[in-house]
Design a protein around this ligand. Structure first.
Ligand code: S3P
Length: 167
């Protein structure tokens, strides 16, 4: 059975959707950021600060190769830049969670832990830069996706159902 790989911009809800899919199915979920944090025994923010972004991207590529080789039938949520790993399509069915930048930003700000959510993301420290990154990536996310799910105005439960139906 193929893996399901959730991709999309920071804050679009990949983690929440993954947790809901796990509830609605017998799948187990893995998260690439969690794997990297546990391998390194430090937070993403600290890895970026101490080693730089390229070091983090190399870890993503390493995790991607391991996922391709060793992991089957699993729901995999990813960091917002993971979609750039060269072997993405070999890991599983790629599902892009899509929403306008304004919706994503509003969703983060409305969260009770908004400050923490922003603080932990080194590439979301400045809204204008994050928006620029979103615009740079928008086309690429679509290009690598097997399935595109518009998540705007949908509940997490409906998004999970839609993904399970389509894969
Ligand atoms: C990143 C997104 C983050 C994390 C890292 C880089 C990105 O994950 O992997 O901060 O390049 O978009 P989330 O999408 O879970 O915030």
């Amino acid at each position: 059975m193929k893996n399901i790989v959730l991709i999309g911009f920071m804050g679009v809800g990949k983690g929440s959707v993954a947790r809901e899919i796990v509830k609605q199915s017998d799948m187990i979920a893995l998260d690439t950021d969690d794997i990297i944090e546990s391998m390194e025994n430090r937070r993403i923010k600290k890895i970026f600060a101490e080693e730089g972004e390229e070091y983090f991207r190399a870890l993503e590529r390493k995790v991607a190769l391991w996922l391709q080789k060793e992991v089957k039938g699993t729901l995999i949520s990813t960091g917002g830049g993971f979609f750039k790993v060269p072997n993405l399509s070999k890991i599983g069915t790629v599902v892009f969670l899509s929403a306008p930048f304004e919706v994503i930003y509003r969703r983060i700000l409305e969260h009770p832990d908004a400050e923490k959510k922003l603080r932990k993301r080194p590439l979301f420290q400045d809204v204008e830069r994050a928006q620029k990154l979103y615009e740079e990536r928008a086309v690429s996310y679509k290009k690598v996706a097997d399935i595109i799910i518009d998540v705007q105005d949908k509940t997490i439960s409906d998004i999970a159902k839609e993904i399970l139906k389509k894969v």
